[in-house]
Write a new protein. Structure first.
Length: 186
């Protein structure tokens, strides 16, 4: 497709943040895909509310490149409105947008299971920090999945690092459905 970019970009994948981009890139590599070579660029939008800007820039009224992506369940309305404004209707999946229940980290934690996630934390040499984190009063009464989601976001760069580590550890037969469907769609 000649999109006027002269760079061979065939698709743009808009994801909320750097950790989502890392997870998708890691999964693509594990399945033998080279997204760059395929002309697929993955952009971290800096937040889900920026989807309209990316659709304007890359979509049918911009550069004319198909845009796909991930969104969290709570952001479906924003995505549907942005797709509709871009002239693409309001159905997410036919346009290549797939929904994570809470967020991608939640999807990966559920796919791996608590014990495997804790093994990844140990492999990252953060087991001691994690056990200290669990003793904090704010963590008492929370479920294990909630604690793990909170833990992976406690330090700058940790969501990105754990997104890569979780995606590298997940069995390919248990890849979270939104991530698997997105990779298949693109």
């Amino acid at each position: 497709m000649d999109n006027g970019l002269g760079s061979g970009i065939r698709r743009v994948v808009a994801v909320e943040g750097v950790s989502d981009r890392s997870a998708l890139s890691t999964l693509a590599g594990r399945t033998g895909r080279d997204l760059d070579a395929e002309g697929i660029i993955v952009v971290a939008m800096g937040g889900a509310t920026n989807i309209g800007h990316f659709l304007d820039q890359y979509g049918p009224r911009g550069l004319g490149v198909p845009v796909a992506g991930l969104c969290d369940e709570g952001e479906q309305g924003d995505f549907r409105r942005a797709l509709d404004r871009a002239g693409l209707g309001t159905d997410l999946e036919p346009q290549g947008f797939f929904v994570c229940v809470a967020d991608l980290e939640d999807e990966l934690i559920r796919a791996l299971g608590v014990a495997a996630v804790e093994d990844v934390i140990e492999a990252q040499r953060e087991g001691r920090r994690y056990r200290t984190f669990l003793k904090q009063p704010a963590q008492q009464g929370r479920g294990s999945t909630q604690q793990l989601r909170r833990f992976v976001g406690t330090h700058s760069g940790s969501k990105d690092r754990y997104a890569r580590a979780f995606t590298a550890a997940v069995d390919l037969s248990r890849v979270p459905q939104p991530l698997d469907r997105l990779l298949s769609w693109i």
